[in-house]
Design a protein around this ligand. Structure first.
Ligand SMILES: [Zn+2]
Length: 398
């Protein structure tokens, strides 16, 4: 963290001038090294910065990615080339970066507090739309709520976030979190009474800038828990989205916000009860139809206007089992807004014919699709009921 790394000297640089040291074509476009860069390279769980360069003649060059090269120098991956020796003006996507800083600092506070209170380690960390943290031990909901409250109190205290580089001697006497045994120059991110952690990422100056820390979810993961959390503006947006959902549900059900959960449970219970009643009435209807429908030439043919695909299957099954005819055909006119002409859902059951073979012919004649077993086939015929009846009698009649 020496040569060309301006972001470590000041993480709040949104724009800065530099001189192009080198630029050469590569798979991703062009790779360039600048005399000093404010673009953070992906590392320590923090994604690389976005932004662009402005060349001397005012051309904008998009920075597609930022990484460290084999010599540990920060390299920018550019859309178009820049000329070595030329000055460039760097502009980073500050909203994106500041959000990452808020989230990264918030993550340190939560991981630090969990470590201090329960002794568990952060064993995996990823930042994208939300932060994911893998914790080495299990935590209950109440424990997480307590951590979240303490984390937000640390935010409201507006504690300075200090970056320190202790020497080897000093490092030995310090208590800090680290994923691996460290030697050489170590960068510690220190938040008084809250956390101390070896980290190469970028952070806010004071915890107050994090704004808000919200743990969104917790699932069991590899003997511990995987947490999802958001901080700052992302937490505000998350709150807004959730409030919008609650408001929509509350308005749809005409209840107060605090009654939403109970009201939804009630609607689901009512819906289940109605489904039960519909099934009961359907069964009565199927019995009635089975009693009154008669076969002609060993085929029962019926068009059922208000039944769906599942229901005509049940009726067909019932007719088949009644033994009143060798073959039963149940149709339901399909609601085909996009299709030109008529269409019918069909279910055909038979104890006499091999329907698997018949399906091919019927689908061909009636421009249909679908299939099934030897005993029962179902699908859609793109034809009217009369044409279907003719085709069916041709196939199975006599
Ligand atoms: Zn970190």
């Amino acid at each position: 963290m020496d040569f060309n790394e301006a972001f470590y000297k000041d993480a709040y640089l949104k724009e800065a001038d530099a001189v192009v040291i080198s630029c050469e074509p590569c798979k991703k476009g062009y790779r360039a090294v600048l005399s000093d860069t404010i673009f953070y390279p992906e590392g320590g769980g923090q994604p690389s910065d976005r932004g662009y360069l402005v060349t001397g003649d005012g051309t904008r060059v998009v920075v597609k990615d930022v990484k460290r090269n084999a010599e540990d120098m920060v390299e920018l991956f550019l859309e178009s080339p820049v000329s070595p020796g030329d000055p460039v003006h760097q502009v980073i996507d500050w909203d994106f970066r500041f959000s990452l800083m808020q989230n990264h600092s918030g993550e340190h506070i939560v991981s630090g507090l969990i470590n201090r209170e329960y002794g568990f380690e952060n064993v995996g960390f990823h930042m994208s739309d939300v932060i994911t943290i893998d914790i080495s031990g299990e935590l209950r909901r109440e424990q997480l709520l307590d951590i979240e409250k303490k984390a937000n109190r640390a935010v409201w205290k507006n504690i300075p976030v200090d970056i320190i580089y202790p020497d080897q001697h000093g490092l030995g006497s310090l208590n800090y979190r680290s994923k691996k045994e460290l030697s050489g120059k170590v960068r510690l991110v220190n938040i008084e009474d809250t956390d101390s952690c070896a980290c190469c990422g970028l952070h806010v100056r004071n915890t107050g800038e994090i704004g808000l820390i919200k743990i969104l979810s917790s699932i069991r993961y590899k003997g511990g828990v995987r947490l999802e959390m958001v901080c700052g503006e992302k937490a505000l947006l998350d709150y807004e989205r959730k409030l919008d959902s609650i408001t929509e549900i509350k308005n749809a059900l005409s209840v107060k916000p605090e009654e939403v959960t109970e009201a939804v449970k009630h609607v689901l219970e009512e819906s289940a009860e109605k489904s039960g009643r519909i099934a009961l009435l359907n069964n009565r209807y199927f019995d009635m139809r089975t009693a009154e429908l008669q076969g002609v030439d060993d085929i029962i043919f019926t068009v059922e206007k208000d039944l769906d695909a599942q229901e005509i299957r049940k009726l067909c099954d019932r007719l088949n089992r009644s033994g009143k005819a060798g073959t039963s055909v149940v149709l339901a006119p399909a609601d085909m807004k996009e299709a030109s002409g008529e269409a019918c859902l069909y279910v055909i059951g038979s104890t006499k014919h091999d329907l698997k073979a018949a399906a091919k012919t019927l689908n061909e004649v009636l421009k249909g699709r679908g299939g099934g077993s030897k005993e029962m086939i179902q699908g859609t015929f793109y034809a009217d009921a009369e044409s279907i009846k003719r085709a069916v009698y041709e196939a199975f009649g006599g």
